[in-house]
Design a protein around this ligand. Sequence first.
Ligand code: ATP
Ligand code: MG
Length: 630
Amino acid sequence: MDAAIDSVVRENRAALADPETYWRTAAEELDWSARSGPVFEATPEPPYAHWFRRWTTNLTANAIDRTIAQGGGERVAYHWEGENGDRRTVTYRDLDGDVRRWAGLLANAGVAAGDRITIYLPMIPELPAAMLASARLGAVHSVVFAGFAEAALVDRIHDSASTVVVTADGGYRRGKELPLKPVVDRAVARCPTVRRVLVVRRTGSPVPMADGRDVWYDPAAPAPAVPAIPRAGGDPLFILYTSGTTGRPKGVTHGTGGYMVWAHRTMRRVFGITPTDVFWCAADIGWVTGHTYIVYGPLLCGATSLLYEGAPDQPTPARWWELIERYRVSILHTSPTAIRMHMSFGERWAGAHDLGSLRLLGSVGEAINPEAWRWYRTHIGAGRLPIVDTWWQTETGGTMVSPQAGGALVPLAPGSATLPMPGVDIHVVHPDGTPVAPGDRGLVVIDRPWPGEMLGLWNDAARFRSVYFERFPGRYSAGDFARVDENGYFWFLGRADEVLKVAGHRLGTIELENALITHPAVAESAVVGVPDEIRGEVPYAVVVLRPGFEGTPALAKELQQAVHTAIGGLAEPRSVRFVRSLPKTRSGKIMRRVIAAVVRGDDVGDVSTLEDDATVDEVRAAAHSLRAEL
Ligand code: ATP
Ligand code: MG
């Protein structure tokens, strides 16, 4: 067996055999105000564990004060660039001042430990500062992606019963000004729990300020001394409403101790981060990837990050590569959907810039198709950089399955997230819960609690139990479909509810899409199942072509044949249709269920509950044009 594989498997086993020792050692790399009692305690109810129940700590003290105490005060925490070209450098000492200023404002608004605040900001340095201020006071933050509209904001403020909303006059996105305060004003009018709105001046656009309710954030005000409140391991740190690819948003709630240890450990292991790296996770902080790998993970490691406000193609598709060159970025972590977007722009944009500072690439959010993996390595990674494909979920707090550049790096396989992280007891099973044979497809379960696991769903214990723990009693059901090969490598094949069942065979949507995208004409594709009397279901492919290709019947045949050759006759799409774009969530994930509804002629109907009005409109528009095109 490969030595790296052997070492990773061994460490995983050791962590599972003795979680108490393994996680105590990991936790001791961080600062705690009290360490009493066990690290891990099994409980009879989901999530079947308490982590660090009687240990106390403060996330912000670990993320900022610790680095300053170690002499890192002048180190850059964030290089920030606005879409409009504004620039700012925030050292750990600057960030400390910003956080105390925010904490003072929150405390003045009556925010105390356990209270919830909603943060609705663009990607500006005030966003991490406000999150960290909340954590410093022991409050619970709920960050709402600034692309969401009023209805989504209202739902999230209501569900969390937030007393304070933090926002800005506006932000910049895709060359346009994004008004935020007006959205908050309309939302807050419907949210009686909110007593204070704190406002950052970003665009300078005039906004009305409600007397007694609205307060400007003043970056020049003196920063008060605000003590970091010790929190117990199981106290909530944040609520994050999931992107909602599948339905009504869930208030995933993460705790203090276990989440902190997981964010720190996975940051170090997956990226091998050091204080000399310049790390760029190009996600939005409004998604969990941003919480863990823009805010908590990098700061807990005392790292330097790049924070960029805007779109990848503003003002030109070279923007990302300019940023990497300017800030000497050493690690780029992004999503397959972003990589495919850059592929469609063409490699000349990256080719014109010096990307020589890069040493590692990461991928997160969806399965990365081998074609995009290869493009990423060839054109961004100089043909040789490792790519860490990280599988995880909002619910898991941080990376669960991934190559570890900061540990033993296993041989990479394009399209596979490789092996589980230490302490992750993940398996692929049949619907009856029995293990599948190597290479066979099945459902993903996690058999034992891990420190980064969510505490629950805010205000909804019944849904927490039914979504995650009922399908396989006592086991966490991830809702994904995967296979494990003979090396123990995981290949994630899409969501379990999107799996196709053709003549009794289960096929992952990703497998078919990978086969299609290998064809030079294909930029993106989505495969869905349509009912069939004989086979139960048959695949149906929707394809976006690369510039310069035409969607002819001959090309459709060629693509059907490509799937036939790659996977087999059963997998061959009954039909291949060409469209201009695919409906996606705000975080860039393809909404296959919407496509399936259109293809089957069902009502796309119920997208309204899951995203903001704008996205619903976008999805409907995409569905509409899809229907017209089909
Ligand atoms: P919701 O649960 O609200 O419908 P979501 O599942 O899209 O939304 P996230 O928690 O952000 O929200 O995404 C986690 C999911 O993303 C995983 O369950 C998996 O389907 C997919 N995913 C993430 N990373 C990878 C990866 N590296 N490879 C394959 N799939 C991935
Ligand atoms: Mg999910």
